[in-house]
Design a binder for this molecule. Structure first.
Ligand code: AMP
Length: 299
């Protein structure tokens, strides 16, 4: 057993300058698990409503994603509606309906309580904490969050930060959480809450990884066509954790490489709406972009 993820499984409605889609498959745990499944076995802890299309459940199964921890609750699936402006860098939330996540009491099945890696994908930090408390301490615990939870559940998020290894946030969220406009200072402030490292995602400008001792910068993979950035952050985490789950050791070198895999996987997600592009690609496509990334960044 390898990677365990808790997070949202959602029906998204998305508007970008290049099109709009209603009620498409989304959610932080969805993007994460489909991406990480290219690297290793992933098990999903989440809940959906009775309205969740069966074909999406089949999609998880077809990708060998464990769904013993995916429950169907009475009520409606989580829904998120968002819009992006022309630069595609900032997601503007139009509405968030937690629906079945409001009363979700996650239960980690006994067989899944010893994951090698745990990813607490973006969802209520109390749910993230709850899942973390049910498992034997994994080798690495990473966590994502967003402005919505920083605004509404800051104390819960702080409690969680003390228990994790790596926090992933976008630049606006890092500034919001820390109250610092400079990202270096923001990272240092976040690390003072407990995590060993923070990954600040900057959309088309790539990511910066800060640990207590070092930092590492990776550009985003340059693309000509970007249609929908939704899920890029969760896909990044899926590539990062997916690669780390196969690395013999988790150290500075493998973390740096995992960040490059995260960037590459995210570059596929943004080429289409929902998880559509991820469903088309093969291991060879990933390798080709990885090799190209090396060429682009060599000097
Ligand atoms: P990102 O990777 O940051 O673009 O995340 C996109 C996904 O986050 C979408 O598919 C949404 O369904 C999901 N999402 C949006 N708001 C929330 C929230 N408050 N809690 C959990 N998931 C969310």
């Amino acid at each position: 057993m390898s990677i365990l993820v808790v997070g949202s499984v959602a029906m998204d409605s998305v508007e970008t300058p290049f099109g709009r889609r209603k009620e498409i498959l989304g959610g932080s745990a969805t993007f994460f698990s489909i991406t990480a499944s290219f690297f290793n076995k992933v098990d999903l802890i989440a809940t959906v409503g009775e309205d969740f299309p069966k074909r999406y459940v089949r999609l998880f199964k077809d990708r060998n994603i464990g769904i013993d921890g995916l429950t169907i609750s009475k009520g409606k699936t989580f829904r998120w509606k968002g819009r992006y402006d022309f630069d595609l860098n900032t997601a503007h939330t139009i509405s968030t309906h937690l629906n079945v996540f409001k009363d979700f009491d996650p239960h980690v099945p006994k067989d899944l309580r010893k994951p090698k890696l745990l990813f607490l994908a973006n969802i209520d930090p109390d749910l993230q904490y709850n899942v973390l408390s049910q498992v034997k301490r994994p080798k690495l615990v990473a966590c994502d969050s967003m402005n919505y939870w920083i605004n509404t559940k800051r104390k819960s998020l702080e409690r969680l930060l003390d228990k994790i290894d790596v926090l992933l946030l976008n630049d606006a969220e890092a500034r919001q959480f820390s109250g610092e406009s400079n990202l270096f200072k923001a990272a240092r402030s976040i690390i003072s809450y407990g995590p060993k490292a923070v990954v600040i995602k900057r959309g088309e400008h790539g990511v910066i990884y800060f640990s207590r001792q070092t930092h590492f910068v990776a550009p985003a993979y340059l693309l000509e066509n970007i249609y929908d950035p939704t899920g890029a952050g969760d896909t990044f985490a899926g590539g990062m954790m997916g690669y780390l789950s196969r690395a013999r050791k988790i150290n500075e070198a493998t973390i740096r490489k995992s960040i490059v895999y995260g960037s590459i996987m995210a570059s596929f997600t943004v080429e289409d709406f929902s998880v559509n592009r991820l469903l088309e690609i093969s291991a060879k496509d990933i390798k080709d972009r990885f090799d190209n990334f090396r060429r682009i960044t060599k000097f």
